[in-house]
Design a protein around this ligand. Structure first.
Ligand code: M6R
Length: 607
């Protein structure tokens, strides 16, 4: 059961893995550096005893390299206590020195072992009456009062059979409610096979589970409450469903991800209704600036959305990487709408930026794919993307769903503030509704892009160009290639090329160009075609993503991939798809694990 849970959580970190179980008054533990498979070998060679109580961990190394010794669980208290940890204990050096002075020794380089030793030390200091009354819970309260930083901790103690105690501060943890069994996990996929009832915990809370009970307190022992909710997807949604990788499956989930995100958004009078927008209409009417906060792919979704939101709502919109935002003394007040975008809802950089924005009095809306996660819970309102669980580390379906949700938000504001006529909004919604079928067409005709990807597996560098909404698409295409195929890739605004990056072009340099539709008065088509000619003249091999019927580009491209006609602002929902397929296929051809690329973790819960 533990290994199965870890398999489902492995996308969150895969440097090493370990488990510990309680058996006959002892803690038995196995751990191993490398992917979960390596732990399975160890478990086969040295099986663990049967046990109804245990903890398991997959690691993304922060303090101390990914070695066997640094893997979790960490044992302390003479081997009677086992602890696993996500996050970073910021005052670990000071605590370690103090504990060492008290006679404790350490085997690893990790901050986690310090937490384990501290917890064991607290346990040993308990009065007999405290031990009798849930000693591990009391010890956890004492330890958490000393810890600084971000952490999820789970611990078991040999003298407390059938009990797992966990704590959280700024790091994810959810409870699964079973029948005669209860669970804890970084996210619900850990226990989705056993229950769809979950409880989200607040910050600075401790939860003690036994097969029959779930008790929550704060770090000082005061009783606390969690929020129970029903998980709206099942185990099959988190399986590969016949595809060779989660990434491939998730690329193919995209028509559905967009369709589901659009579903149920119309009110009784046919207007656009966003039921989860709990911010007062008056306050939304007063918004004079929007700041979008996100990281990685989610930030590119924000950059796409900026074009649409400014165009539809005429509200100045900035997009900022969350980790840069609060360190530059940003200007925001109660009339600023801060929109965070996060697939996981747990990205620490984004969470911290959202908190900062709230402190400044701004309104906060989260666009998020994970029910019960921290960022939506700490925001004034949430707009859920309904892409279903995204397991592959490289984000795909979440990206399209985020753009869709951000567009709904833009249209909603335009409707509320009267920037657009109802008919205009309906037209955009109707175009959005046609998008899933168009994505499907691209997926059904992906043979050509896959062939090209395989033929380019030896490439050392690939550049991506785009203008307007095609610019963030180009950056997303480059990010996919970097993270999956470990190939140097950059995305540029095509107009910027002549200001420097064109010096990179040499004979045979592959350059992807996202070409806008030639239709429409303000089309940038001619300008992008000029940019293609500029790089071709210097020896680039051009690969073009263009709209069906755009025959003019053929003359300038080694390869052309056509996407169905769509209004320019919706083109990113289509143009991104061939780039995702390209990166996935090329990385697969190189023999890489596309679901778990090196050095990465799905959900970055440390700053
Ligand atoms: O869960 P989030 O959307 O907040 O994650 C943000 C980034 O870490 C994420 O998009 C990352 O860039 C992906 N690996 C991109 O494929």
């Amino acid at each position: 059961m533990l290994v199965e849970g870890l398999r489902r959580l492995e996308y969150r970190g895969y440097d090493s893995a370990g488990v510990a179980v309680l058996s006959q008054g002892r803690v038995e533990s196995r751990k191993k550096s490398g992917k979960l498979m390596k732990l399975l070998d160890v478990l086969e060679a040295e099986p663990l005893p049967e046990s109804p109580t245990g903890i398991g961990h997959t690691r993304w190394a922060t303090h101390g390299g990914p070695t066997d010794v640094n893997a979790h669980p960490h044992l302390a208290g003479g081997g009677k206590l086992a602890l696993i940890h996500n996050g970073i204990i910021e005052n670990f050096a000071e605590l370690k020195a103090e504990l060492a002075e008290g006679g404790h020794s350490f085997a690893s380089d990790t901050d986690t072992e310090v937490a384990a030793v501290l917890l064991a030390d607290c346990y040993e200091r308990l009065l007999p009456s405290e031990v009798a009354w849930g000693g591990l819970t009391v010890a956890m309260q004492m330890a958490c009062q000393r810890l600084e930083g971000a952490f999820t901790l789970l611990a078991v103690h040999a003298d407390q059979p059938g009990v797992v105690v966990a704590a959280r501060r700024n790091s994810p943890l959810v409870v699964g409610l079973g029948d005669g069994e209860n669970f804890l996990g970084s996210d619900v996929s850990a226990f989705i096979n056993y229950t769809r009832r979950a409880v989200e915990l607040g910050q600075d809370q401790i939860v003690t589970i036994t097969p029959e009970s779930v008790e929550i307190t704060d770090f000082y022992g005061a009783p606390a409450q969690g929020r129970e909710y029903e998980i709206d997807w099942d185990a099959s949604a988190a399986e590969m469903g016949g595809y060779a990788s989660f990434m491939e499956k998730e690329i193919h989930d995209q028509p559905d991800a967009v369709a589901q995100t659009l579903l149920g958004r119309s009110g009784p009078d046919g207007s656009l209704a966003l039921d989860e927008m709990r911010i007062d209409a008056d306050r939304l009417n007063a918004v004079n600036k929007i700041i979008v906060l996100a990281c990685g792919t989610s930030a590119y979704a924000g950059q796409v959305a900026k074009y649409a939101i400014e165009h539809w709502c005429r509200i100045p919109t900035e997009v900022e990487l969350s980790h840069e935002f609060r360190y530059r003394d940003p200007i925001l007040d109660q009339d600023t709408l801060v929109v965070s975008i996060s697939q996981s809802g747990e990205t620490m950089d984004t969470l911290m930026a959202v908190r900062y924005a709230r402190e400044q009095g701004a309104m906060t809306v989260a666009i998020c794919n994970t029910n019960g996660s921290t960022i939506p819970r700490e925001s004034d309102a949430v707009l859920y993307t309904h892409a279903g669980p995204e397991i592959a580390v490289a984000s795909t379906k979440a990206f399209l769903a985020q753009i869709t949700a951000a567009y709904l938000l833009g249209l909603y504001l335009a409707q509320l503030r009267g920037n657009k006529f109802q008919g205009e909004i309906k037209d955009v919604l109707a175009d959005l509704a046609k998008t899933p079928d168009k994505i499907q067409q691209i997926l059904d005709n992906s043979g050509q892009i896959k062939d090209l990807a395989r033929s380019m597996s030896e490439s050392r560098s690939v550049l991506f160009l785009g203008r307007h909404v095609g610019f963030p698409v180009a950056m997303e295409g480059a990010l996919k290639l970097k993270e999956l195929a470990y190939i140097h890739a950059e995305g540029f605004a095509a107009g910027e090329l002549k200001h420097g990056p064109i010096a990179l072009i040499e004979e045979g340099q592959p350059v992807f160009v996202v070409v806008p539709s030639p239709r429409g008065r303000n089309s940038l088509h001619a300008k992008v075609v000029s940019n293609i000619q500029e790089v071709r003249a210097r020896g680039a091999k051009t690969i073009v993503i263009a709209e069906e019927g755009d025959e003019a580009v053929r003359a300038y491209a080694e390869h052309v991939f056509y996407i169905p006609e769509t209004p320019p602002l919706l083109a990113p929902l289509l143009a991104t798809v061939p780039l995702q397929i390209f990166a996935c296929e090329l990385a697969t051809a190189k023999g890489y694990d596309v679901d778990q690329p090196r050095n990465l973790a799905k959900s970055v819960t440390v700053e």
